[in-house]
Write a new protein. Structure first.
Length: 213
């Protein structure tokens, strides 16, 4: 894109994380609203439940956005995982179909893995917690950060799509970037999302939930 055109069609991030500007005559009115921050402190789970503790996870927004900020493991290492509950459901065991791929590079350059499919982390109509990161270490400087998008979870017509991207400082001193995408295979509304590590607790870190209008 030419610099002159880029300048003419530039975007500004303004109050309330509003994305505004004009591109070929189209004005963006989407805004990103902070709903809730959950901070880990030797936490076994972090859960966002609609209608509880000022959390909206309903038709207030069509798109929900989660940010993972320096999630650090305590005690033992595990993968960052998540699941959902349909409205009125329990157990965090919704049916998921997903696909996963990743790339990796070590600090000493001995590991340099190209992007490849990660079959050990996918699900085919599974009901377990979905893996969304490589192993999160418990070293003082080890953690995982990233983001997740959940689309129209209040729909009672369509399945509920999600996309996730994370980067981990692996216990073997490797940067592992992972991409996960899939859907809750239900036409019931999803109104609860829970995050945890597959082993051990989350010693510290934050998960922030935003809504987009």
């Amino acid at each position: 894109m030419a610099l002159s055109k880029l300048a003419a069609n530039s975007f500004d991030l303004t109050d309330n994380y509003a994305l505004t500007g004009t591109v070929t005559g189209v004005v963006s009115t989407q805004k990103l609203f902070l709903i809730k921050n959950l901070d880990a402190s030797s936490s076994s789970t972090l859960s966002f439940v609609d209608g509880s503790d000022s959390v909206d996870l309903d038709n207030t927004y069509k798109t929900y956005y989660f940010k993972f900020i320096n999630i650090h493991a305590s005690g033992s290492s595990g993968d960052l995982v998540f699941q959902g509950n349909s409205a009125g459901g329990s157990g965090f065991n919704e049916t998921i179909t997903s696909s996963v791929f990743q790339s990796a590079h070590s600090e000493d350059d001995s590991t340099n893995a190209e992007i490849g499919y990660t079959a050990s982390a996918d699900q085919a109509q599974g009901t377990g917690f979905q893996i969304i990161s490589a192993t999160v270490g418990n070293g003082n400087d080890e953690c995982v950060s990233g983001e997740m998008w959940l689309f129209n979870p209040s729909s009672t017509t369509f399945v509920k799509h999600f996309t996730v991207r994370t980067n981990v400082y692996h216990p073997s001193d490797i940067s592992v970037e992972r991409w996960t995408a899939g859907y809750f295979n239900t036409t019931s509304a999803i109104d609860e999302i829970q995050f945890k590590l597959s082993a051990g607790n989350m010693d510290s870190g934050r998960i922030a939930l935003y809504g987009i209008k």
